[in-house]
Design a binder for this molecule. Structure first.
Ligand SMILES: Nc1ncnc2c1ncn2[C@@H]1O[C@H](COP(=O)(O)OP(=O)(O)O)[C@@H](O)[C@H]1O
Ligand SMILES: [Mg+2]
Length: 898
């Protein structure tokens, strides 16, 4: 840096010679303080201030460019959605600390210490970046790292642990005067991340939640050069690593002890499928067609017509499960099986899947020394009479110095690669020469380029060999082999309803779950086996912990199982700024229209169109209809949930409120057609009173269409929402309207005598009495009367009749009067007082005016005339004649029990 030029840019070139004469270089410049400037001869306070500010800017720039700052937070991440602000998400947090740094500080000169810390921080920064983590903060020699923010990956927990293990090795290898050691703690949990916290210089994008504290505590518990993880992280890792259970540890500041595990090493299981799901494999459901097709291909392959099956499908759809089924299917046949697993962490390691397969086939263990490994390799290769040159190439591939066992060849890298690939193909030919071979090549979307080249040659070569090759991959990979005659593609779709239920039941095993809970899981998970499994496990665990209420709660309210969180978030984060649109859409619902989204989202039309195109091209959202009035649908309910759950409570409530208001103001037709949608948004916006009004409208609308189950649901939601209202007459009036309307729907679904029916009317009558409101009472009395009538409670019938009479007298309302006569007539008739009954019914006929007395629909009010006619006709034969002992009706109708 040219200091003179810098001074010139500040208009302070007069000091250039003083800086030069005092040997101030670019590095020292960053550390100059006010006193130093004074000594340099900068006498003016104004000039000193100007220089101090400019030096602070230089320091900022320096920190940003080196990504290693001293006690200074890094700039906010921008990769995910810079404008999205704070989010609620699952995060794996790593805390890494240097061992014995205090002792180091007391021993070393500060400049030496600075150098060591600088090297260490650089090394942390590089390693974390390599594993996709984000260095949030340097705190002296401690480093706080996030995995899962700003960009989530489906395997964040695994990345954190791999980064931790790598970091230990790399720090150990630093060539410093004092060798360094680190301790690493890792914890996973839900946090709020992205808030700007602190002030001034200390501003940073922080994390709120206990996870960073737990990570720091676990770090404190770790022995030097070890990684210690918490329980949730452990749960996410399955068998990907070998662990030592440290048991439950008392940790300062936590009432509950914390379970901790030390990570020993990556496990030797190569199959991610086996490591993550292998423990309790769910019995296969469905997929009959696929298995049948594979069986057929196997038969052809055995007839030396090699076959390649390309098995494609989204993550969790069941590709690996099918490969396991294939191997099981032919387990008893004479065959060789070869399994290759690509790894997301080794897409750049040449021939990684092949190396690991060879190590496995030779049964090498990480503890074997080189010569034992060579022995094992030799045994393996001897079985196929591999030529000496090939042995040499293979041992080289496995990085085993053959120390004279095999001939060495002086080859260029290009030649070596080419000959190695040839040797590997020869190896396959030799195996296929002995017996049919089934080859599984898993997760080819992560394949390294050299393996892909080998796979290319293999596909070509096996056409004339007894080999069945099954290649699995996700839709983002485009296989270069389709179109060849011996290659067929198989796309795995979602499981159907029946298979979904079967899968849930398999996972539950002995455990029982109500049918509606199972149905809920199946609906929520859209037939993706992985989602089905994880969701069921989450529900089952909750029930096992005694939280039975949750088993019947809507699956949406369960949130997202931790095991699925990262992979769902990874998809959302990949959207970048379009994620914000996904979040807004998620608040609207699984299905959302373009016009409503446009009215709610704060984007210009073209920008929004581009974002939506991104959502559809990412496969996260389907489009229906033409561009003008498009309707969109989230492909997975769980992706919608994930987007929704990232929003913090307040912005989410505001969005719901905005959607409800927009519907009311701009889409009145839709609001009138679907009042329940407005009710939902107002409820979620925390505006209970408005929500209740819409639940009532929605319920009545449904009842008018005889959709009584829906009506009950709407009214019940309204009643639930009442809990949020303050006590008072507004609340009571709303409840009265809901209870009265609910009673009618309950009669239709559960019958007159159902206890719910009685409860709704009884509660309504109490509220009526409170208000002294005759009209409302009219609406409830009929319902409550019939409830007691059907149950044969004549005492209650008489009581309610009296109440009707009294109210009729008080109000002079003739509708009420008719109701009183009706109730009296019925009561008298069933008491056996037929003359009295006859009198009551005749009075009804004389007073009845259809225009005034015909009741409205929805409310349960009897038409008095209609009531009179059938009832009286059936019993008029007895008119004037009391039956013996006056007991006939109650005897004949067994239902009339007192
Ligand atoms: N047809 C099926 N029957 C039972 N379980 C299945 C089925 N398909 C997938 N699964 C289970 O669902 C989970 C995800 O399947 P997996 O094969 O790993 O998906 P993919 O390899 O496509 O990512 C696994 O635990 C697997 O056992
Ligand atoms: Mg798989």
């Amino acid at each position: 840096m040219d200091i003179a030029a810098w001074l010139r840019s500040l208009g302070l070139e007069e000091y250039a010679s003083a800086f030069r004469d005092n040997d101030i270089d670019a590095q020292l410049l960053l550390h100059l303080k006010a006193e130093d400037l004074k000594e340099l001869g900068v006498a003016s306070i104004g000039h000193r201030r100007k220089l101090i500010d400019a030096i602070a800017d230089l320091r900022d720039e320096d920190a940003r460019s080196s990504n290693v700052s001293v006690d200074r937070p890094l700039p906010a991440p921008t990769a995910a959605s810079p404008e999205a602000g704070a989010e609620r998400r699952q995060l794996t947090v790593m805390f890494c600390d240097l061992v014995g740094s205090t002792a180091l500080a007391s021993r070393l000169d500060v400049e030496d210490l600075r150098e060591i810390i600088g090297a260490y921080q650089q090394c942390v920064s590089d390693t974390i970046k390599r594993f996709g983590g984000f260095v949030a903060k340097y705190m002296g020699d401690g480093v706080l790292v996030y995995f899962g923010y700003p960009q989530a990956h489906e395997d964040d927990a695994e990345r954190a642990v791999r980064a931790g293990l790598a970091l230990i090795d790399i720090v150990n290898e630093l060539e410093l005067s004092d060798p360094l050691q680190v301790r690493i703690g890792i914890a996973t949990g839900i946090v709020v991340v992205g808030d700007i916290v602190g002030f001034g210089e200390a501003r940073e994008r922080g994390v709120i939640g206990e996870t960073p504290n737990i990570a720091a505590r676990l770090q404190g518990l770790a022995e030097p050069d070890t990684v210690v993880i918490g329980e949730r992280t452990h749960h996410l890792l399955g068998h990907l690593f070998d662990f030592r259970d440290l048991g439950t540890l008392e940790v300062k500041g936590y009432s509950e002890p914390i379970r901790a595990y030390q990570v020993l090493r990556p496990s030797i299981l190569d199959s991610r499928f086996e490591a993550l799901h292998g423990e309790r494999l769910t019995p296969l459901v469905g997929r009959e067609n696929e298995i049948e097709a594979l069986r057929h291909c196997w038969q052809r392959a055995k007839g030396i017509e090699g076959q390649v099956i390309l098995l494609v499908g989204e993550p969790g759809i069941g590709k690996s499960r099918i490969t396991v089924a294939v191997l099981e299917e032919i387990a008893n046949e004479q065959r060789t099986h070869l399994c290759y697993f690509c790894s997301p962490h080794h897409s750049g390691s040449a021939l990684y899947p092949i190396i690991r397969q060879l190590e496995r086939a030779a049964e090498m263990s990480p503890d074997d020394d080189t010569s034992t490994k060579l022995d094992k390799l030799e045994t393996l290769l001897a079985a196929t009479s591999t030529a000496a040159e090939d042995c040499s190439l293979v041992s080289d591939l496995l990085s085993l110095p053959s120390s004279g066992r095999f001939p060495t060849f002086d080859l260029s890298p290009q030649q070596r690669k080419s000959r190695t690939l040839q040797a590997l193909v020869r190896q396959l030919e030799a195996l296929a020469g002995r017996e049919p071979v089934v080859m599984i090549f898993e997760d080819v979307h992560w394949i390294d380029p050299t393996s892909l080249e080998l796979l290319d040659r293999t596909v070509e070569r096996i056409r004339m060999l007894p080999v069945l090759l099954v290649v699995t991959f996700r839709p983002e990979f485009t296989p270069p082999w389709s179109g060849q005659p011996h290659v067929s593609m198989m796309t795995l779709g979602r499981l159907g309803q029946r298979d979904g239920v079967a899968l849930v039941e398999h996972v539950l095993g002995q455990q029982d779950l109500p049918a509606e809970a199972i149905q809920g899981i199946v609906e929520r998970t859209d037939g993706v086996p992985l989602y089905l499994e994880e969701f069921t496990k989450a529900v089952a665990e909750m029930c096992a912990e005694g939280d039975h209420a949750q088993s019947t709660a809507s699956p949406a309210s369960l949130g997202i199982p931790a095991t699925l969180h990262a992979s769902l978030m990874a998809r959302l984060d990949r959207l970048g700024a379009a994620k914000n649109v996904a979040q807004i859409a998620a608040v609207i619902g699984r299905e959302f229209s373009h016009d409503l989204l446009a009215a709610v989202a704060p984007y210009a039309a073209t920008e929004l169109r581009a974002f939506i195109d991104q959502l559809t091209s990412s496969g996260m959202v389907f489009r229906r209809g033409t561009a003008a009035d498009s309707l969109y649908l989230f492909k997975h309910a769980l992706v919608q949930d994930a987007a929704y759950n990232t929003l913090l409570r307040r912005p989410r409530q505001q969005l719901h409120g905005k959607i409800a208001r927009t519907l009311e103001e701009l889409f009145p037709g839709r609001a009138a057609r679907e009042p329940e949608v407005l009710a939902h948004h107002f409820a979620k916006a925390g505006q209970a009173a408005r929500a209740i009004d819409y639940w009532l409208i929605a319920g009545k609308q449904a009842a008018q269409r005889s959709a009584n189950l829906e009506a009950i649901d709407h009214f019940s939601r309204g009643l639930k929402a009442l809990e949020a209202l303050p006590l008072g007459s507004e609340k009571d009036w709303k409840e009265l309207a809901l209870q009265t309307a609910l009673g009618t729907a309950l009669i239709s679904v559960h019958g007159y005598a159902a206890s719910q029916t009685g409860a709704a009317y009884a509660r309504a009558r109490i509220l009526c009495q409170k208000f002294g409101d005759a009209a409302a009472l009219h609406a409830t009395l009929s319902g409550e009367f019939v409830y007691h009538f059907v149950r044969g409670d004549r005492a209650m019938m008489r009581r309610l009749t009296k109440e009707a009479r009294r109210t009729a007298e008080r109000t002079g309302d003739d509708a009420f009067q008719l109701a009183g006569h009706r109730m009296d007539g019925i009561t008298a008739m069933y008491d056996g007082s037929f003359i009295e009954a006859s009198h009551e019914f005749e009075t009804i006929l004389s007073l009845y005016d259809p225009d005034r007395h015909r009741p409205p629909p929805v409310l349960y009010i009897h038409d008095p005339k209609f009531q009179r006619l059938p009832t009286w006709r059936s019993s008029s034969g007895f008119s004037g004649n009391r039956t013996p002992r006056g007991v006939w009706p109650s005897k004949r109708f067994g239902m009339l029990k007192n």
